[in-house]
Design a binder for this molecule. Structure first.
Ligand code: SAM
Length: 292
């Protein structure tokens, strides 16, 4: 077996050999702790039949651990300077395919159809670039890809928001959007000392397991998310005021919104953060009859 990339010494050796300088703007914080990487891979429950999509392989620290356990790893890397490095560090793994592309612009379904042909179990595993964690996760979910789920490292503060429950300060439209599509758990917190360079924030690993069907039934998904975002518009405002201010023509539909809230036994003075996802679903389904 090859020497692990994710040790402080080997990582420094590789960076030095290629004269690589980190780009903060690309969220480049590389992991230098093999035990943490192995635990991330454990949480993904890979088998020799699993296909993995990785985002941001860096110098290949996580990629090599994935390649040892999965059937194939396809990794998207935006930074061209890392391509020759990856070619070198991962040269002994024939089951890795690197794509030089911004993952946010990628047609991931097309990549799955071409690179993971015939593979039925697909997981996303990544140490995400922190400046774009939320757009990446939302894209992977809203693209409706045939994945089992994701195990990803991100800022602890974002992990807290993703897995938050109603009535807590972290609960908001991000918690609802992600819990609508997946079962979300924070499985590990990670200190900043295991990266070079060290980030300014602590990190966490979350596991998102895709639901067979969304958590609640909604008439119109776009409108459901619009109602959720409207309800959290200003956190200190009541649900009634937020809906009136943030839905189109909300002010002129005050009476109708009040009637819907009364029918659903939702006190108009409650704040958005106290509503469960079930309540948001019923609310958006009723409001849809007015706003459609
Ligand atoms: N996986 C490596 C590790 O754990 O050490 C590196 C993780 S580092 C936090 C994030 C990586 O994502 C960097 O290699 C960066 O160049 C890459 N990256 C940043 N933005 C990206 C994007 N939009 N699409 C693809 N890769 C991106």
């Amino acid at each position: 077996m090859n020497k692990d990339i994710a040790t402080p010494m080997r990582t420094r050796e590789i960076l030095h050999k290629y004269g690589f300088s980190f780009k903060k703007s690309l969220g480049q914080n590389f992991l230098i702790d093999t035990n943490i990487l192995r635990r991330i891979v454990d949480f993904a429950e890979l088998s020799s039949e699993t296909g993995v999509i990785e985002i941001g392989p860096g110098i290949g620290a996580l990629t090599e651990q994935l390649a040892r356990r999965a059937k194939k790893v396809v990794a998207f890397e935006i930074d061209q300077r890392l391509l020759p490095i990856l070619e070198d560090t991962l040269s002994s793994y024939s089951n890795v395919h690197i794509i030089h592309q911004d993952v946010l612009k990628a047609d991931i379904q097309h990549v799955i159809d071409n690179e993971l042909i015939g593979i039925r179990d697909i997981m996303v595993v990544a140490n995400l670039p922190y400046y774009v964690t939320t757009p990446i996760i939302m894209k992977l979910l809203t693209d409706r890809l045939p994945i089992r789920g994701m195990v990803v490292m991100l800022q602890k503060e974002v992990a807290d928001r993703i897995s938050a429950q109603p009535g807590t300060k972290d609960y908001g439209s991000l918690s609802i959007a992600i819990q609508y599509y997946t079962k979300a758990e924070t499985v590990m917190t990670v200190p900043r000392t295991v990266f070079i360079p060290q980030p300014n924030v602590d990190s966490a690993v979350i596991r998102l397991t895709k639901r067979e069907k969304p958590l609640v039934n909604v008439e119109n998904e776009l409108f459901f998310f619009q109602v959720v975002r409207a309800s959290f518009g200003q956190r200190r405002k009541t649900i009634l005021n937020n809906l009136m201010s943030n839905l189109p023509n909300g002010k002129s539909l005050k009476k109708e919104i009040e009637t819907v809230l009364a029918e659903l036994h939702i006190d108009p003075r409650r704040r958005g953060e106290t509503l469960s996802i079930d309540e948001f679903a019923s609310l958006s389904n009723q409001l849809w009859t007015i706003f459609a």
